[in-house]
Design a protein around this ligand. Structure first.
Ligand code: NAD
Length: 294
C-alpha cells in the first residue's frame, strides 16, 4: 500500500481505458508498469462504459483535462462523433482506440494497425511494396488493412465470409482503392480456388478473423496446409492461444515466419503510450512482465 501512496499524489495524471466489459484487460498492467519503469507521473485505470453513457464520459474526461484514454468495444466505432479530430487511419477505419487530449483538443486515432505493422517490422518482416492476403473484415482486420495500405503494402487481397462483416469488407476495399495509392480486392472466403491463387503469389498471409481462438480454437481459415509454402510469411492476430492451428501448421510446413498476435497487442499499446507521454514504452520490460513471446 505504501508504494501506491508514494506513487499516486495530487500531481498524478489520469489515463483511462473505456469499454464494456473491460475488467479482464491487460492494458492497466502494461501502461502502469511502463509509467513506473520510466518514472512518469500517470496512472491508468479501466472504466466500464457502454454507449448509453459514452457522450457523458467524453464530456467528463474533457472537463477533467484527462491526458488521454484507450477505447474498446462497444465504444470504438461510436466515439468519433464526440471528438474534435480524427487521424486519417481512424477516419478510414471508422474506429478509434486511442484519444489524445492536447490542451482541450481531443484527437481520435487507431493504433491497432500500426501495432501489427510494427510487430511485423520487429520480426524482420517488411511487407511494404509487396502483396498481402488477409482473412477478415472486423475491427482488427479493418485496422490492419487500412494501415497496410496507408504504409504502402502494394496489393491487398481480402477474404471474408458472406456474413454480417461483408459490407464492412466492401467498404474497406472501396476506401483503400479510392483514398490510398494502393489496391485492394475482395473475395469470398468460400472461394478456395481464389484463396489458393492469391496466397500463392503473396509475400504474407494473415488471419485477422476469430478463427483459431475460442470457441473456434483448433480451426484455421485455410482448408489445409497445401495453401502454405516454405517462403511464405504467416501472421495471426489471435494471441490466445499463442500458437494457433494456423501458426502450428505454418511451422510444420516450414514457413519463413509464423508470427502471433502478441506483438500487435504490445505495439498498439506502445503507440498509444508514445502519443500520451512522448516516450518510448520500455518494450523488453513489458514483454517480461506480460510474458509476451512473439
Ligand atoms: P470482429 O468480431 O470485429 O470480427 C470477426 C471477424 O471474424 C469477421 O471478419 C468475421 O467474418 C470473421 N469470422 C468469425 N467467425 C468466422 C468463421 N467461423 N469463419 C471465418 N471467419 C469468421 O473481431 P475482431 O475484434 O476483429 O477480432 C478478430 C480476431 O483478432 C480475434 O481473434 C481477436 O482476438 C484478434 N484481435 C487481436 C488483437 C491484438 O492486439 N492482437 C486486437 C484485436 C483483435
Amino acid at each position: 500500500m505504501a508504494e501506491i501512496t508514494e506513487r499516486i499524489t495530487g500531481h498524478t495524471e489520469l489515463i483511462g481505458l473505456i469499454a464494456y466489459p473491460i475488467r479482464h484487460s491487460k492494458s492497466p498492467t502494461m501502461h502502469n508498469e511502463a509509467f513506473m519503469k520510466l518514472g512518469l507521473d500517470y496512472a491508468y485505470l479501466c472504466f466500464e462504459v457502454d454507449n448509453s453513457t459514452l457522450e457523458q464520459t467524453v464530456k467528463g474526461f474533457r472537463a477533467m483535462k484527462v491526458r488521454g484514454w484507450n477505447v474498446s468495444m462497444p465504444n470504438k466505432t461510436v466515439i468519433g462523433q464526440y471528438l474534435d479530430k480524427l487521424t486519417p487511419a481512424a477516419e478510414l477505419c471508422g474506429a478509434v482506440n486511442t484519444v489524445v487530449n492536447d490542451n482541450g483538443v481531443l484527437t481520435g486515432t487507431i493504433t491497432d494497425g500500426t501495432g501489427m505493422m510494427r510487430a511485423l517490422k520487429e520480426s524482420g518482416v517488411d511487407p511494404i511494396g509487396k502483396k498481402m492476403t488477409i482473412a477478415g473484415a472486423g475491427g482488427a482486420a479493418t485496422a490492419i488493412e487500412i494501415q497496410a495500405a496507408l504504409d504502402g503494402v502494394a496489393e491487398i487481397s481480402i477474404f471474408n465470409r458472406k456474413d454480417e462483416f461483408w459490407a464492412r469488407a466492401e467498404q474497406n476495399v472501396k476506401n483503400i482503392n479510392e483514398k490510398t495509392n494502393y489496391k485492394a480486392t475482395l473475395y469470398d472466403l468460400a472461394d478456395h480456388e481464389a484463396l489458393r491463387r492469391e496466397i500463392a503469389d503473396s509475400y504474407i498471409f494473415m488471419n485477422a478473423t476469430g478463427v483459431g481462438m475460442k470457441p473456434l480454437e483448433g480451426q484455421m481459415v485455410i482448408p489445409d496446409e497445401t495453401y502454405l509454402r516454405p517462403d511464405l510469411i504467416v501472421a495471426d492476430t489471435v494471441y490466445m492461444p499463442r500458437e494457433t492451428k494456423l501458426l502450428e501448421t505454418a511451422r510444420k510446413v516450414g514457413c519463413a515466419k509464423a508470427i502471433n498476435g502478441e506483438g500487435m497487442m504490445l505495439f498498439q499499446g506502445a503507440a498509444a503510450f508514445k502519443l500520451w507521454t512522448g516516450q518510448d514504452m520500455p518494450i523488453d520490460h513489458i514483454k517480461d512482465v506480460l510474458d509476451i513471446q512473439f
